[in-house]
Design a protein around this ligand. Structure first.
Ligand code: HEM
Ligand code: HEM
Length: 197
């Protein structure tokens, strides 16, 4: 399987990035909803579920940065035949997915009141304790972490996490199924197969 994207297909690296991100999104949501629905506050399970959400989230952050670099230095496979409106919608959808991945990991990290114990291996210091926070937020905006955390948290959890991310992913998956079952083109194969079939 070619490593780089070709005219017909995504290469192995783009495929790995794509499917790993999809699995990690699911894991991130599972951890945070498990915490809310099935654990009691201030118990070890509650803490472990939160730390798993943070660790998976940080992993997504690293992957998305590498993925964007790889995307920039690589060609994109040719689109399947379609109207210019369809191609535009696909472009906008993909850019929005990249944007949402970045915004979720940034708002997650900067709005978190605890440090990340990355898969219980090493600690990643919380934003509040970084020089960047004291320079930009403490001195720059002249507000405390508590004041800063509120709006950031509501973007992460209420605005995007609860709604927009789900809607975008749902739209993305529906578009993939539409290509596969209605238009009957190769769109899904570009992300799953390595030959021109
Ligand atoms: C793409 C990655 C991420 C997704 C999809 C995501 C999604 C969510 C969602 C949906 C919630 C709200 C749960 C609820 O209140 O019902 C949440 C809460 C939270 N997220 Fe994330 N998040 C991501 C990355 C991160 C990262 C990187 C961090 C920090 C390093 C983080 C820290 C938090 C914290 C502290 C909460 C509050 C936990 C709670 O109230 O139980 N998230 N996240
Ligand atoms: C079962 C779930 C999923 C399916 C079936 C799926 C399917 C696909 C397919 C077929 C493509 C290629 C589209 C094309 O070439 O026009 C694609 C691209 C893409 N997908 Fe997904 N996807 C899924 C989940 C996700 C998730 C969870 C994310 C991110 C949160 C995501 C982000 C992207 C992005 C950003 C691209 C554009 C890649 C590029 O051109 O750089 N996908 N997906």
């Amino acid at each position: 399987m070619p490593i780089k994207n070709t005219t017909d297909n995504y290469g192995s690296i783009a495929k790995w990035f794509h499917w790993l991100t999809a699995v990690l999104f699911l894991a991130s949501y599972s951890a945070v909803y498990f915490r809310h629905w099935f654990t009691v506050k201030e118990t070890p399970e509650n803490w472990i579920a939160l730390q798993l959400h943070l660790s998976v989230g940080v992993s997504i952050a690293v992957i998305v940065v590498l993925r964007i670099i790889w995307r920039i230095i690589n060609r994109v496979p040719n689109p399947e035949p379609g109207t210019s409106a369809e191609h535009l919608a696909a472009h906008i959808g993909h850019y929005m997915l990249y944007a949402i991945m970045l915004i979720m990991v940034v708002t997650g990290y900067i709005g978190t009141g605890v440090s990340t114990d990355y898969f219980f291996i090493f600690e990643i210091v919380k934003f509040e304790h970084t020089k960047l926070f004291s320079t930009l937020v403490g001195e720059g905006l002249g507000i405390t972490f508590k004041e800063f955390e509120k709006p950031v948290d509501s973007i992460h959890k209420d605005l995007l996490g609860a709604w927009l991310v789900w809607l975008l992913i749902l739209g993305h998956v529906m578009a993939a199924l539409y290509h596969h079952y209605i238009k009957k083109d190769r769109t899904i194969y570009k992300m799953t197969r390595d030959k021109n079939n």
